[in-house]
Write a protein that binds this ligand. Structure first.
Ligand SMILES: [Zn+2]
Length: 140
């Protein structure tokens, strides 16, 4: 017998990370669990993971600026066109998108990534059978 059920999870409106603690069977439970893990759930209709907002000494909440378009586009491109699930890291002056290059990128794929400004592609040789690691740096 096959049955269908619905589960709820919280996804960050800024970085799109999914709160992976629990897929709750009720929407309210998903929000409560995220709050317990320092997610910001007080902005109506929005949810932010702990990496995407700051609280200053006066308890004022500031949501970090949205991701640059290049970050969103390149991350989506790696996922949908290159077929790798990229890791995204955020630093004060740059973003890094990294993935294992199981199959060498085509020139047109690399050209697409290089078409964005302030983007640099680096390759780190993995010792066989480990794949090369590609790190795409996007400077702010
Ligand atoms: Zn986030």
């Amino acid at each position: 017998m096959i049955i269908t059920d619905v589960f709820f999870a919280i996804k960050c409106d800024r970085c799109e990370k999914v709160h992976d603690e629990i897929w709750a069977n009720e929407e309210d439970n998903a929000v409560e669990t995220a709050k317990e893990n320092d997610w910001l759930c007080t902005v109506p209709g929005k949810h932010y993971c702990p990496n995407c907002y700051t609280v200053n000494d006066l308890d004022e909440i500031k949501i970090n600026p949205p991701f640059p378009l290049a970050v969103k586009n390149i991350k989506g491109f790696v996922l949908s066109q290159i077929g790798n699930t990229p890791d995204l890291s955020e630093f004060d002056d740059r973003f890094e998108i990294s993935f294992n290059e199981n199959k060498k990128m085509f020139d047109f794929q690399e050209n697409y990534i290089n078409s964005f400004e302030n983007v640099f592609i680096e390759r780190f040789n993995g010792n066989f059978p480990k794949a090369n690691k590609v790190v795409i740096t996007i400077k702010n």
